[in-house]
Design a protein around this ligand. Structure first.
Ligand code: GLN
Ligand code: ZN
Length: 765
């Protein structure tokens, strides 16, 4: 029998029960007992579904209150001093919450731990804080309790824990070099491994047969010291009682393969969705006493699997391994929505192309019967339906549009370069007549509950189109008047019509679909519902021109047209898997190109293309960066290159680490880029200075993530700092991101003070 299993199940609940329970508990509206009860219910429901699907074990330890890395950090007792943890006492749940979010119903608030993206996903983990001499102990019982809980319910529990090397790699500390790779962190292994051993021994005592140890860093470019450390770590961890399944995902093992092959672990899991090509080499290295788990169902996307294709791919493994072959999703299902059956609003055809977490478990079962025989009548029908869906999807005219294909082919001939910046900026200056240190904002203004209600009522039909349009126009007029009154130079319309910067465009473009419950966890209790890009992307009509030109009609000052860039739309969606991502990205870029040109024709003189997700699209391995950056930059050019010299193109990226990508940023050749710099005191401009970044730049002068109103002198000072690094005549003055999460009083005060800062700078210059 081929074994089927799962690396982890989404923890949030199909109705986001976990979110609701956590938020109620944090707000003091529910007690801890009821929170814990919700956790138990979710675990039991999810184990039940996995057992019913025929999985050999159920994963335990994939459940987490805030984040699974934070769960592990607290199990290890690695609580930073500011949380006042007693070294002998267990770590309480409220301490975990304070580490994740700064506060909890009990305990003193303290600065939350840093949060950052989990590999190339949109999930965020809480960064472990490390320091030399750190000690560890088993400080939380949740994992062992959950194992007992699963066993009591009659399931075979397979615990999943983060591997020591991945945990250290993700950790940070002042004593260690920036970036993950500092080998000095490996010195902590001598304190860490004994605790891992104790954990494994305790699990063995609970009757656990297999433990899954996740080492996703094995798909990264690992320095030699980290590769070398693997040997000692797994020699020890595989001898504690439970058999070890070493799980790798999000890519291929690449140059780490030899080191991994030599490990005495009892099982290895590899990702065959991201890296199907690694099967031969991996298979060649499997020892007779090892099992190989193949990740063949896409844990990162929502498409139904092509079961025949999977079968063909894994044939050599089936022949060689027999019962030592296991099949699983490529990675934890944390990154896919839970249940497609809830999506009754999707049309049947589109729905037949999809599989969410529960459906992916069924796919594993179907693969199992395809390999082993013994299909029931129901299985046979399901297999036939799966085959039909895959065939229909490949041929559907909803997916493949002749016009888009033709456009894409012809787009090869589009000139990507604009006139050199030095010339363009003169033409733009002549047309726009902006002062030195021009002031602007990033796009959105406070999204008050009134605005949200407007949009909701309009969607539900409670508000007519005409009434909605009137109300949005009134809001646009308000923000235009406000900006004029405080003296900003380049205005925005405020984006009141947008619920979300990707969803807004997705709903107006062909090729996108939206789910009702397709939530995935982003961080803590926060979930996102990414659009699905299922087919060729096309724009049927202008998407923003009416709002932008209305805004422009109200004022003599330039009002920026505001678009979300192709890479960001791609990055924050579930993208079709039947063509390369770059092709989908170029289709989006061409649709946006038409919008840019329509905005220009409508008299808009400044157009901003937001690309906040540009950097997060970087592949995990450096070797793949150049190819990505080439198509990402090309997509930006496709969007923007058709405009007149005196139309000014802005872009916005709300983060700060530009060192790795500064050449690509410069190659985008936006006339103005606005970025986040205020929190680091302009130090982040280093990359731009070292590179002699040639175009205009707006280094955000205040942090919009906080309600604090920045002082004028503080902002003047920041711009002085920026002017030491970059030519003053290239600098803009703006906040570091959109203002939609802020309230009006602080927004008004902050922007007034920002405009005063710019005036002071002009006077001094
Ligand atoms: N224009 C968008 C806004 O202001 C940009 C948001 C972002 O960078 N994430 O809200
Ligand atoms: Zn931003």
């Amino acid at each position: 029998m081929t074994v089927i299993h799962n690396l982890g199940f989404p923890r949030i609940g199909a109705a986001r029960e976990l979110k609701r329970a956590q938020e109620a508990y944090w707000a003091g509206k529910a007690d801890q007992a009821s929170l814990l009860e919700t956790g138990r219910e979710l675990r039991s429901r999810h184990w039940d579904a996995q057992a019913k699907a025929g999985l050999q074990w159920v994963p335990v330890g994939d459940f987490a209150w805030y984040d699974h890395i934070l769960e592990w950090t607290t199990l290890l007792g690695a609580v930073p001093a500011r949380f006042g943890q007693d070294d002998a006492a267990p770590v309480e749940l409220d301490t975990l919450f304070r580490m994740g979010r700064g506060r909890a119903p009990s305990g003193t608030p303290a600065a939350a731990c840093e949060m950052t993206k989990w590999f190339d996903t949109n999930y965020h983990y809480i960064v472990p804080e490390l320091h030399p001499g750190q000690t560890y102990r088993i400080a939380r019982e949740a994992l062992f309790e959950q194992v007992a809980e699963a066993q009591k319910l009659g399931y075979r529990a397979r615990p999943v824990i983060p591997g020591p090397l991945t945990w250290l790699w993700l950790g940070k500390g002042d004593a260690f070099a920036q970036g993950a790779a500092d080998a000095a962190k490996l010195d902590l292994l001598s304190a860490l491994l004994p605790v891992y051993e104790q954990v494994l021994q305790r699990l063995a005592a609970q009757g656990v047969e297999w433990v899954q140890i996740d080492e996703p860093i094995l798909v990264l470019d690992l320095p030699a010291a980290w590769q070398k450390a693997l040997g000692e770590v797994y020699a020890r961890l595989s001898q504690q009682g439970p058999k070890v399944l070493l799980a790798t995902y999000f890519g291929g093992l690449g140059a780490n393969l030899d080191a991994v092959r030599a490990l005495p672990v009892q099982g290895l899991h590899v990702d065959l969705v991201r890296a199907p090509g690694q099967l031969d080499v991996v298979l060649a290295g499997v020892r007779d006493d090892q099992v190989l788990s193949l990740g063949v169902i896409d844990g990162r996307n929502v498409w139904r699997a092509d079961l025949d294709k999977v079968q063909a791919l894994i044939k050599p493994a089936v022949e060689r391994l027999g019962a030592r072959l296991w099949l699983a999703p490529s990675c934890s299902l944390l990154h896919t929505p839970i249940d497609l059956d809830l999506e009754t609003g999707l049309d049947a055809e589109l729905r037949s192309w999809l599989a969410f977490s529960l459906q992916k478990l069924d796919e594993l079962h179907l693969l199992q019967v395809l390999l082993d025989g013994g299909a029931s009548e129901q299985d046979k029908q399901a297999i036939a339906a799966a085959r039909k869906a895959v065939q229909d999807r490949a041929r559907s005219s909803r997916i493949h549009r002749q016009d888009v294909a033709k456009r894409l082919t012809e787009s090869a001939a589009i000139a990507r370069q604009r006139t050199p910046f030095a010339q363009r900026i003169q033409a733009q200056q002549k047309r726009l007549g902006l002062p030195r240190f021009p002031t602007t904002t990033i796009g959105s203004f406070p999204q008050t509950s009134d605005i949200r209600t407007l949009r909701r009522d309009w969607r539900s039909g409670a508000l007519s189109d005409a009434a909605y349009e009137k109300a949005i126009r009134a809001e646009i007029e308000r923000v235009i008047r406000f900006q004029e009154e405080i003296g900003l130079d380049v205005l925005v319309h405020g984006e009141p019509e947008r619920n979300d910067m990707v969803e807004y465009f997705g709903e107006l473009l062909v090729g996108f679909a939206f789910t009702a419950y397709g939530w995935v966890q982003s961080y803590g209790s926060r979930c996102v519902k990414p659009p699905l890009i299922y087919g060729d992307v096309a724009r049927l009509a202008p998407m923003t021109v009416a709002w932008s030109s209305y805004a422009q009609s109200l004022t003599d000052k330039p009002v920026k047209g505001m678009l979300t860039g192709p890479v960001t739309i791609l990055q924050w969606s579930f993208v079709r898997d039947d063509q390369p991502r770059e092709q989908t990205c170029r289709q989006i870029a061409l649709a946006l190109r038409d919008e840019v040109q329509d905005l220009e024709k409508a008299g808009i003189t400044v157009i901003q293309i937001d690309e906040p997700a540009f950097r997060e699209g970087l592949p995990l391995r450096r070797g793949d960066w150049a190819a990505y950056l080439a198509w990402a930059v090309d997509s930006f050019h496709l969007t923007t290159s058709g405009v007149r010299d005196d139309t000014q193109i802005h872009t916005h990226m709300c983060y700060s680490e530009f060192n790795d990508i500064i050449q690509a940023i410069a190659a985008m050749d936006a006339d103005v880029i606005t970025i986040e710099t205020s929190r680091s005191n302009m130090e982040l401009l280093g990359a731009f200075e070292d590179f002699s970044y040639p175009n205009d730049i707006g280094p955000g002068v205040y942090d919009i993530h906080s309600p604090n109103v920045p002082k004028e002198e503080w902002m003047v000072n920041l711009i002085h700092k920026a002017a030491q690094r970059l030519p003053a005549e290239r600098l803009w003055v703006n906040p570091d991101c959109g203002l939609k999460t802020r309230a009006w009083p602080e927004t008004r005060a902050a922007l007034e003070s920002m405009v005063q800062a710019a005036k002071a700078l002009r006077k001094a210059a």
